[in-house]
Structures are given as structure tokens and as C-alpha cells.
Design a protein around this ligand. Structure first.
Ligand code: GLA
Length: 491
């Protein structure tokens, strides 16, 4: 056995006052033959296995298992053991860094800090389809623009702006409060909103009175991604609370559940638990799964009661991220359809980080793939150009087409990609995207538009019907979106 492993700090080390995030309460090291192994225990994430453990001069170096990409380590950690029996632990999870000092733990310390699932997950079962989400959901969510800097007054004014701007009448229905509304639980465990949301029921009434619907956000973990109270251990109770407030949409984000709901089976069952709990309330509540596309979610999202499921990590207001998600990642999933939709994340249109051409590409990619259209900007101050993109009835009709087909790439020529989506009336939507940095021109071929007559092409963003043109010039990072009527049936 190497000398390093012999003098290793085997056993349990505990932290009495760890920083509240990620609240690491214990470090355990064990010997496995010649190899050192270990775990960290976090109040939020449970037991996290160390990887690449190396002991060097009384300092343990390791990484934490990376759930998103097992081939890449997370950030590097160290635990330095001094001669007086203290340990200094340093490292980071997501965007936070911690340095904390601990001591040797007793058996009793280990017992109180050992992470155990609050409740067993329900046995594997499936929910029957319901009548919700026959077409992709449309609405608005607070996250992309406001993060957790939100309050009831902002939500009310956004609801007002949905109506005043005409966006409600264009089809955007849900007003979703993302992370940041949660407060603490009462003595009976009932979750209360924080002081920025004094009366959730009154807020729901306000939103409903304007012909809109209200959404909320939670997590199967103990904490949400922004550190607020999750539904862990309170799933049924929270579902009943949401229903009693009049909530119409719940986004359920894996967040701190990710290291203990970390297999296909446990993630599915954690999502089933909330799906079944929402269904049991009797209130029609749209259920949005947010586990970043892990474990083939498109294959089981419907069975756990989901109406939409994220296929990606977070979008940002940048062409590069949007294009990677829209062109390359979302199409890899089993196509969605009526009742259950692939969700490449919320829209960034109007947030200022992309050009108008890029935003048109963004909404077109989403519409072609029958993605939910959940806006993410400040509706109260939007420009006419932003409104025009979001309100375009031709784009919305393609997204909301009742056939619910997910369009696909049919041809690539250099930087130009042609995507096609069949529509319920026999027409097709054809999008000509230019992913390049310079304008490009392409001639459509009959094979690009089978079953249609090139004479009846409508150019969605230009507005005017195009006659027989089949040559199109597309701006850099831009798109031409066409609706092509079916050929007249032969007599
Ligand atoms: C995750 C989700 C985002 C958003 C934030 C909130 O990152 O993917 O869409 O909900 O959490 O904290």
C-alpha cells in the first residue's frame, strides 16, 4: 500500500457551522484497497461522491461527480488536515465558493448528518393523458429578465401589459412566476410565499380577472436553484397549496435534487410524485418538467403527467447559446406532439442581446419545432420591433398548428439550413435559416416542398405573398419563413 494511503485521514470529519450554501456538513474518507474514496454530505444535495481522489502532504485533492457530463470533473476541491486535528475544506458548487473548517466527527455526529431520503418515492406507475396542452403552451415567465428580483406588483403590471399590448389576444396566456417567490414553511409544513408576495390567492384572482393564467415554480429537491425552499418532503402538501391558490402551471426544476435523484428511475419517480399530486388536486394544472433533458425525458415525460419538458440547460440572451439549443440540441429528442412538448427553454426575444434577425431566427426555430412560446422580457417597456416579432400571427399559427408535428432540418448548404414542418391543412412551413456571418442566397428545390405548389408561398415576416419565386436571400444569422399551400388535388 502506498505510504500516502496509509497516513490518510480515514473516517468522518464534520462541520458545525458551514456556510448556508451548499451547507456541507460532513466529509468522509475511506480506503478501498489501494485507492482512497470519499463523499461530501450537503443538506441540499445529499451524499456526493468524490472523484479523482489524491492525497498529497496532508491535503486531499478531489472533484465532485458531474451529473451533467460524467466525462468532465466539476470544480476542484481540497481538504487540508492539520496536525491539531482540524480540516479546512475549500471548493465550489455551481457559482459559489466555500472555505470551511471542521473537526473529527463522532459516531453520533455521523448519525445526525447522514442524508436519508425524506420519503420513499412512489412505486413506478403512469398517469393517463389529460386534455391539457393540445398545442404548445404560450405565455411569459419572470426568470430571463428579472431572475429572482420579482414581486407581486411587477407580476400584476406584467399581466396588465399582456392585455394592453395585445399579446394575450395573440395567444400568450400564462404569467409564470419562476424562482424567488417562496418564503418559509409554517408549523404545519404549509409553504408560504415570501414578503414580496403577500397574498398569492389575490394575485391569482387578479391575473384570472384579466383572462390570463398564473404559474409558479418549485423543485423536488430541498432547495431551488436560486436557493429558495423546494418541495422535498412536502410534495402532496405543496400541490394542494398551489391548487388552493388557483395556480394553473407548475414548473418543477430538479436543482438540489440532482445528486440524489441521479438515475433514470429516481428522476422519473420524483417527477411522477409531483405529477400525481397535481393530478390528485382535481385542478387542471399544466406541468412543466425541468431536468435539463436528462435520462431521455421525452420518452417518459407524458407518463409522469408532464405537458412540456426542458431538453437543455439554460438559454442565455446570446445567439451562440440560442443557436446551439435550437439547431443542435432540441432536435436530438424524440419529437413532441399534442399533450407533451419538447421545451428548448424560454424566449429571450426583446432582452437586447441579439439582433432583430437573430430574434426572428430564435422564434422561428421554436415555432418550427412546436416549442412552448414563453416570453422572457419586460413587456412594459418593449420596442415596437420586439412586439412585432412576438405578435406575428403567421409564426404563432405555425407554432400552434394543431397537427403538432415537430419540424426538422431537411437540407443544409454551407451555412444555410432548410427546415420543414407539415401543417394540419396540408400546407408546409419552410424555414430557410442562415447560420453564417454574411447574407446568403439559395434556390429551393421541388424536393424541399413535396405536395405543394410553389405558386402559393406566403413569406411570414415580409407579409406579402411571394409569387413564384424560389430563390431567397437570407440575412446573416437571419431567416425567411414561408408557408406553402398544398397543391390543388388533381381532377
Ligand atoms: C434553473 C432553470 C431556469 C430557472 C432557474 C431558477 O437554472 O433551468 O430556467 O428556473 O433555475 O433558479
Amino acid at each position: 500500500m502506498p505510504a500516502a494511503a496509509q497516513s490518510a485521514p480515514i473516517g468522518a470529519w464534520v462541520f458545525d457551522n458551514p456556510p448556508a450554501y451548499p451547507e456541507i456538513t460532513m466529509l468522509q474518507v475511506r480506503r478501498d484497497g489501494d485507492v482512497l474514496r470519499g463523499t461530501l454530505t450537503s443538506r441540499w444535495y445529499g451524499r456526493i461522491e468524490m472523484q479523482h481522489v489524491v492525497l498529497q502532504d496532508r491535503t486531499l485533492h478531489f472533484d465532485l461527480r458531474n451529473i451533467n457530463d460524467p466525462t468532465r470533473p466539476t470544480r476542484h476541491w481540497t481538504a487540508r488536515f492539520d496536525h491539531k486535528g482540524a480540516v479546512t475544506l475549500s471548493g465550489g458548487i455551481w457559482h459559489s465558493d466555500v472555505t470551511q473548517t471542521g473537526r473529527r466527527g463522532t459516531l453520533a455526529d455521523v448519525r445526525t448528518r447522514t442524508f436519508r431520503l425524506a420519503r420513499k418515492l412512489p412505486p413506478r406507475a403512469s398517469l393517463a393523458p389529460d386534455a391539457l396542452a393540445a398545442v404548445p403552451p404560450m405565455g411569459w415567465s419572470s426568470w430571463n429578465k428579472f431572475a429572482d428580483k420579482i414581486d407581486a406588483a411587477t407580476i400584476r403590471s406584467i399581466a396588465d401589459a399582456m392585455v394592453a399590448s395585445g399579446l394575450r389576444d395573440a395567444g400568450y396566456l400564462y404569467v409564470n412566476i419562476d424562482d424567488g417567490w417562496q418564503g418559509v414553511r409554517g408549523r404545519d409544513g404549509t409553504l408560504r410565499p415570501n414578503h414580496r408576495f403577500p397574498d398569492m390567492k389575490a394575485l391569482a384572482d387578479y391575473v384570472h380577472a384579466r383572462g390570463l393564467k398564473l404559474g409558479l415554480y418549485s423543485s423536488p429537491g430541498p432547495r431551488t436553484c436560486a436557493g429558495y425552499e423546494g418541495s422535498y418532503g412536502h410534495v402532496e402538501q405543496d400541490a394542494r397549496t398551489f391548487a388552493a391558490w388557483g395556480i394553473d402551471y407548475v414548473k418543477y426544476d430538479l436543482c438540489s435534487g440532482e445528486w440524489f435523484y441521479d438515475t433514470a428511475g429516481t428522476v422519473r419517480q420524483a417527477y411522477y410524485a409531483m405529477g400525481a399530486a397535481l393530478r390528485a388536486t382535481g385542478r387542471p394544472i399544466l406541468y412543466s418538467l425541468c431536468e435539463y433533458g436528462r435520462f431521455d425525458v421525452a420518452g417518459w415525460g407524458r407518463a409522469v403527467g408532464g405537458h412540456l419538458w426542458r431538453t437543455t440547460g439554460d438559454i442565455t440572451d446570446a445567439y451562440k447559446t440560442m443557436a446551439e439549443i435550437g439547431f443542435d440540441r432540441n432536435p436530438r429528442f424524440t419529437p413532441g406532439g399534442p399533450g407533451g412538448w419538447n421545451d428548448p427553454d424560454m424566449l429571450e426575444v426583446g432582452n437586447g442581446g441579439m439582433s432583430e434577425d437573430e430574434y426572428r431566427t430564435h422564434i422561428t426555430l421554436w415555432a418550427m419545432q412546436a416549442a412552448p412560446l414563453i416570453m422572457g422580457h419586460d413587456l412594459r417597456t418593449m420596442s415596437a420591433a420586439t412586439k412585432a416579432i412576438l405578435e406575428n400571427s403567421g409564426v404563432i399559427a405555425i407554432d400552434q398548428d394543431r397537427l403538432g408535428a415537430q419540424g426538422q432540418r431537411v437540407r443544409t448548404v454551407g451555412a444555410i439550413e432548410i427546415w420543414r414542418k407539415p401543417l394540419a391543412d396540408g400546407a408546409i412551413a419552410l424555414a430557410i435559416f442562415n447560420r453564417g456571418m454574411a447574407a446568403g442566397t439559395i434556390d429551393l428545390l421541388p424536393a424541399d416542398m413535396p405536395g405543394t405548389s410553389a405558386g402559393a408561398i406566403k413569406d411570414i415576416f415580409e407579409g406579402e405573398p411571394t409569387t413564384v419565386a424560389t430563390r431567397f436571400t437570407v440575412a446573416a444569422h437571419g431567416v425567411r419563413l414561408l408557408r406553402i399551400a398544398p397543391s390543388a388535388p388533381a381532377r
